[in-house]
Design a binder for this molecule. Structure first.
Ligand code: NAG
Ligand code: NAG
Length: 389
């Protein structure tokens, strides 16, 4: 009961009041100046909207009316202001990262060989583009840097884009850096100007070695020499050197080291006296064989200039009974066997011959006894047979 009464009462009060509260507009608009301060609007009053800065009214009435506590609908529509495309920039490119509308910007760049004069970015404002359009001027370079002990050509007041100058150094000087520079996009010559350096390398002196062939002093830039080591020395490094821009031999000077021979190892032998390792060029060692072995070759060896033992390492051979001796002994005995074998054979033959002769004699005597007439022929025949067998 109480609630219903209260509701009815409030309805009556509202109908009676008929005032409107502050109206709410559409996007990107606001109440006009005089209305903006009011918070209540009496029945029948009007309120006007206007578009925010950077926005333009796009049809629809800007005014609304308060009728019995209610506003008529807001019909105004506000569209973001467009600046439209910029005028073309001769030899330039205009880019709009976003639309050409309020608050956005246009970016202007020049084609290669042209340089921008003015601002490279223009913002779209409420009243259109906020800056003057820049211009792209053809690139011109001022003369490049002068250098000590050298010059460049051609020499001019100004140079066109991509025009090239050549640097040269006085005689005996070497150019360090690029000898040609060109007028670049930003109006300067690139790369950096070179320098002129007087290059002179010292004599390539090395211990235990020296010059073999190549350039003679004075050694200028790029002269090259070949070095060699004295006999009995080996080179550590490169023999072929070139004089570089820093007046240094490149690669670094080599070194000459004394030739070394390997450990003189022989089977069943050892070194007795002489220089211990390292065995340098011309050092000598004396080798000997272990007991029971005898040396074949020279016992004294000298390390030669090629790092080899000279006259050549000896060998140790078994002496006497076993081992290496077998061959020779075997061969000797083999010969003896042959001889004794032959002797035995001779004896056998002799014995056989003798017994045969004996038998033959007995037989002959028997025959002689029985048939004296033809004994001679028979005996001869028998003797021949025996000799042949
Ligand atoms: C309506 O507005 C008028 C003038 O602004 C004021 O005098 C009146 O009291 C208001 N009525 C109500 C119910 O607020
Ligand atoms: C050559 O030029 C380079 C770079 O400019 C510099 O660092 C160097 O010292 C120069 N060398 C000589 C020998 O002048």
């Amino acid at each position: 009961m109480v609630v219903t009464v209260l509701l009815l009462l409030s309805c009556l009060l509202l109908a009676q009041a008929q005032n409107c509260s502050r109206p709410v507009g559409g996007p990107n608009m606001d109440l006009r100046d005089k209305d903006i301060v009011s918070s209540t609007f009496p029945d029948g009053s009007k309120a006007s909207f206007k578009c925010n800065v950077g926005y333009r009214p796009e049809g629809g009435s800007a005014t609304i009316t308060c009728t019995a506590g209610r506003w008529s609908p807001v019909l105004l529509r506000c569209q973001i202001a467009s600046c439209g495309p910029l005028e073309d920039v001769v030899n330039g490119i205009i880019d709009y990262p976003n639309d050409a509308v309020f608050g956005e910007k246009a970016v202007i760049t020049c084609k290669p060989g042209f340089i921008l004069v003015g601002s490279s970015e223009i913002t779209c404002g409420d009243q259109g583009w906020m800056d003057r359009i820049p211009v792209c001027e053809v690139v011109q370079c001022d003369p490049p840097a002068d250098i000590i002990d050298g010059k460049f050509s051609p020499s001019k007041e100004s140079y066109a884009y991509r025009e090239v100058v050549q640097y040269t150094c006085k005689s005996d000087y070497t150019i360090n850096g690029s000898k040609s520079l060109s007028c670049s996009e930003d109006g300067t010559f690139k790369p950096a100007a070179p320098t002129c350096t007087r290059v002179q390398c010292k004599d390539p002196e090395i211990e235990n070695g020296g010059y073999k062939e190549g350039a003679r002093p004075p050694y200028k830039h790029s002269s090259s020499v070949t070095l060699q080591c004295n006999s009995g020395y080996v080179m550590k490094g490169t023999p072929f050197l070139t004089c570089d821009i820093n007046s240094q031999w490149s690669p670094a000077l080599p070194e000459c080291e004394l030739v070394e021979c390997k450990e003189p190892k022989i089977e069943n032998g050892k070194w007795k006296v002489g220089s211990g390792p390292p065995h340098k060029y011309s050092s000598t060692v004396m080798l000997e064989c272990e007991s029971g072995y005898s040396i074949i070759g020279e016992s004294t060896q000298r390390c030669d200039k090629n790092g080899r033992w000279s006259p050549g390492l000896p060998q140790c051979k078994h002496s006497g009974g076993g081992g290496g001796g077998d061959d020779a002994g075997g061969g000797g005995r083999g010969g003896g066997d042959t001889i004794s074998g032959g002797a035995i054979a001779a004896i056998v033959i002799a014995l056989v011959g003798a017994s045969a002769a004996g038998l033959g004699y007995l037989y002959f005597r028997k025959k002689k006894r029985s048939r004296r007439e033809n004994t001679d022929n028979e005996a001869t025949k028998e003797g021949e047979d025996v000799a042949l067998s």
